[in-house]
Design a protein around this ligand. Structure first.
Ligand code: 9MR
Length: 328
């Protein structure tokens, strides 16, 4: 249903919270799930398999097997891959967090990591979230939480983009964050940053809004306006991690909640479709069974577009309808 060139993506489940659940690695072992990924999606994002703690578990050891498998699967099914992520405050390995490295050593470690990981997937990963979640809700750098910003200062962001570009000159390089869907302090900080970076020749191509939404909050109705201001400034955009949490308080979602949820998904994809440079819409999980939401928000859930047994929910149909209507 998607217009030509518009990718519909999904996170490929594995690592992260999945490691503590009572099921085996979903992407590797659940054949029904793999079938759903192959059938309904034209882009995949490794949910955790390219994060530092997973791909770089020891200082001199990389673990590429799981990400390689996702990339191979994507190639077999004609899908694109988004790379996530190279510089983040979270999910870093203990050897890095507790290593007491000097600024000079950390810079070298980051540079090597970026050249190794981006270089390995050169020509195979078309878009990278180079830096993830670097601003707080007030639009200030997350300096105390983020080891790179804390030790090296915000100038390291520009270097990360330069290194990623050298490692794969064709890859599109993005910043990415949650709570930045609408026009607010955080998204404005990103808009200013991408402009500043470009002004000094840093290869930054776009901004991804994650889209972790909840029925407990109203839909960010200025999402299209926000994406458009990046578009107007000449940057690409993407919607990278959509899910819509439903407050459940121990019960299951009502029909009305599922309809409202469908409407949030519709509005989110329409916001992206309304902007020329927004060329992908990725959902963060397909089925509630594998979603991070119930694990992190015990009173919320059913945030995905398929039921536990992979039947399409109203949200799925709403996306389909919106895509079929799209004029691009
Ligand atoms: O879905 C991911 C989950 O498996 C991990 O346990 C979690 C740890 O922080 O990260 C989740 O993915 C996050 C993504 O990488 C960045 N944006 C927010 C996502 C949901 O927390």
């Amino acid at each position: 249903m998607a217009p030509r060139g518009f990718a519909i993506g999904a996170a490929a489940a594995g690592g992260g919270h999945h490691l503590e659940q009572d099921y085996p690695d979903p992407f590797t072992f659940d054949h029904t799930y793999r079938g759903v990924l192959a059938e309904h999606f034209s882009s995949l994002t490794p949910e955790n398999q390219l994060k530092w703690e997973f791909v770089h578990p020891e200082r001199h050891k990389y673990n590429f097997g799981p990400a390689d498998a996702i990339v191979r699967f994507a190639q077999r099914h004609g899908q694109k891959v988004r790379g996530h992520t190279l510089l983040w405050h979270s999910q870093n390995p203990a050897w890095l967090n507790e290593g007491n490295f000097s600024a000079e050593e950390l810079r070298k470690i980051l540079k090597e990591h970026i050249f190794t990981v981006v270089g390995r997937y050169r020509g195979k990963i078309h878009q990278w979230d180079v830096a993830n979640e670097i601003f707080d809700g007030d639009g200030n750098y997350r300096t105390s939480e983020n080891i790179w910003l804390r030790t090296l200062g915000p100038g390291i962001i520009a270097d990360a983009f330069r290194w990623a570009h050298q490692a794969d000159p064709k890859a599109k390089l993005f910043l990415n964050d949650f709570g930045a869907e609408g026009v607010n302090a955080r998204s404005t900080a990103y808009l200013n940053l991408v402009k500043e970076l470009r002004a000094v020749g840093v290869p930054v191509h776009g901004f991804g809004v994650q889209g972790h939404l909840s029925l407990a909050f109203s839909f960010p109705s200025d999402m299209a306006a926000n994406l458009k201001r990046f578009d107007d400034a000449g940057f690409e955009t993407a919607v990278t991690e959509v899910d819509v949490r439903i407050p459940l308080n121990g019960g299951t979602a009502t029909e009305e909640q599922l309809r409202t949820q469908a409407d949030y998904y519709r509005q989110a994809v329409e916001a992206c479709l309304s902007v020329r440079g927004c060329t992908s819409f990725t959902v963060w999980g397909t089925t509630n069974r594998y979603s991070w939401v119930p694990v992190f928000f015990p009173n919320e859930g059913e945030a995905t577009i398929f039921t536990d047994d992979f039947r399409p929910k109203p949200a799925y149909t709403a996306l389909q309808t919106a895509l079929a209507k799209a004029r691009r």
